[in-house]
Design a binder for this molecule. Structure first.
Ligand SMILES: *Cc1c(COP(=O)(O)O)cnc(C)c1O
Length: 432
């Protein structure tokens, strides 16, 4: 596979951007080699600057549930753009996207659009604090919520801990407002509530944690969080930036039938444009300014072009059988790979939630916590990633990242992917 042009562009990019990229995981640090510079995408396929073609399972990290350059989305965007790209004043397009969401998602009564997942989470946390008058938050090790200061915190040692910041530049005083506990651990959550009685504004969780492997939770654990938040007058915040509109139109809330107090969206909601949102019960959301005293604003919030893209994409997600078909395709992919690699079935596992999949090099039956992921197992992913690239399959360049199947992945794509995955896995483990 030629990568000369990508290599040249990366050298150039390093002169402009820290590490040559505008978001760290793009730099291929965990898989090695040069990042691939994408020239174009169409449907389930992408092409790099060297002319290599790939079947894409990164899908821009999730937003592209209809694949690349979906004709209806492009047409709608082009039509809207002719009338201008931003006004900083209300447009009916905001109403239309909000109406579509609220009508078909019973977990959201009021919504506010912002421009990224990070911004959605940051705002929802401020709202939780403003509404409850408390300052601390509980988060879970292995959940990612964007690069919000007080959420760039990882667990320290011990059951219930103030975390350590996972980034330089986050003041200790911020870190001290965040309590980090393990996923799947009722005891630790109870302990945190005991230790910080009446201080916890919200518990934030990815109900389907998909940013550090795919750590599928027990429904009972999520129900436990709902109950304890109610008992303690704490808000339950579902960060559904990945799972929202992905595992179903009502996201994980709908999948588990658990009503969060606040929910955040991003990724799919913008149809490939920068959109985030937070929403929830009317009574809580009415505390946002100008109705209430929690300030939050945005120059490009509710951008008309982005609203159009989001609305067009979400309308298609609502079509009959849309999510069943996605899940069926993803199961077909995994089953195909497993059938061809039976010999090594104790070496790795696939985890799946709808159209999200993750391969873990483990012999554990379930992986529900970040601590259960063996960092040494990532060397297998590195080899697999290289093999897949050479065979025309693009996955996000890290073994901690999940893959996404889109509406436009064909069975021909899936069959090719099955072949590439299987030959890669057989090669890796036969050579051991
Ligand atoms: C991607 C993601 C974010 C951050 O969204 P950005 O748009 O990258 O700022 C936050 N939370 C979750 C669960 C995510 O998957």
């Amino acid at each position: 596979m030629k990568r000369e042009k990508s290599a040249e562009l990366f050298e150039r990019a390093k002169q402009y951007f820290p590490g040559g990229v505008n978001s760290p995981v793009r730099a291929f640090r965990s898989v090695g080699g040069t990042p691939i510079f994408i020239q174009k995408g169409n449907g389930s396929h992408i092409w790099d600057e060297d002319g290599n073609e790939f079947i894409d399972y990164c899908c821009s990290w999730g937003p592209l549930i209809l694949g690349h350059a979906y004709a209806k989305v492009l047409e709608a965007v082009q039509y809207t753009m002719q009338n201008g790209t931003s006004f900083g004043a209300p447009t009916k397009l905001e109403n239309e996207l909000a109406n579509l969401i609220i009508t078909h998602n019973k977990y959201v009564e009021r919504i506010r659009f912002v421009s990224s997942g990070t911004e959605a989470v940051m705002s929802a946390i401020r709202l939780a604090r403003g509404y409850t008058g408390k300052s601390k938050i509980i988060k879970f090790e292995g959940c990612y919520h964007g690069h919000v200061d007080s959420l760039l915190v990882k667990a320290g040692s011990g059951l219930v801990t103030f975390g350590n910041s996972s980034s330089a530049g986050v003041p200790e005083s911020f870190v001290n407002e965040t309590i980090v506990v393990s996923l799947n651990d009722e005891k630790a959550v109870k302990e945190a509530f005991l230790q910080f009685k009446n201080e916890i504004a919200c518990v934030i969780i990815e109900p389907i944690p998909a940013n550090n492997g795919l750590l599928v939770q027990r429904k009972e654990f999520l129900e436990f969080l709902r109950t304890i938040c109610d008992e303690e007058n704490t808000l339950l915040l579902f960060d559904e930036v990945i799972s929202g509109f992905r595992v179903g139109f009502e996201g994980a809330a709908g999948y588990y039938q658990i009503q969060p107090d606040l929910v955040t969206y991003g990724k799919i909601i913008g149809g490939g444009f920068p959109v985030g949102a937070y929403g929830g019960k009317k009574e809580i959301m009415s505390n946002i300014s100008p109705e209430g005293s929690v300030y939050q604003a945005g120059t490009l919030s509710g951008n008309p072009v982005a609203m159009t893209a989001g609305k067009t994409q979400l309308e298609i997600c609502l079509s009959e059988g849309f999510y069943n078909e996605l899940e069926k395709k993803t199961s077909y992919l995994i089953k195909g790979i497993l059938e061809r690699t039976k010999k090594f079935e104790d070496k790795f596992k696939f985890f799946q939630m709808g159209s999200i999949f993750w391969i873990a090099f483990t012999n554990l039956e379930n992986i529900r916590t970040a601590e259960e992921i063996d960092p040494n197992s990532m060397m297998y992913f590195k080899q697999l990633h290289l093999h897949l690239l050479e065979n025309g399959i693009y996955l996000g360049p890290s073994g901690y990242e999940v893959g996404f199947v889109s509406h436009v992945h064909s069975y021909d794509d899936l069959n090719k992917t099955i072949e590439a995955f299987s030959s890669g896995l057989l090669k890796i483990f036969n050579s051991q």
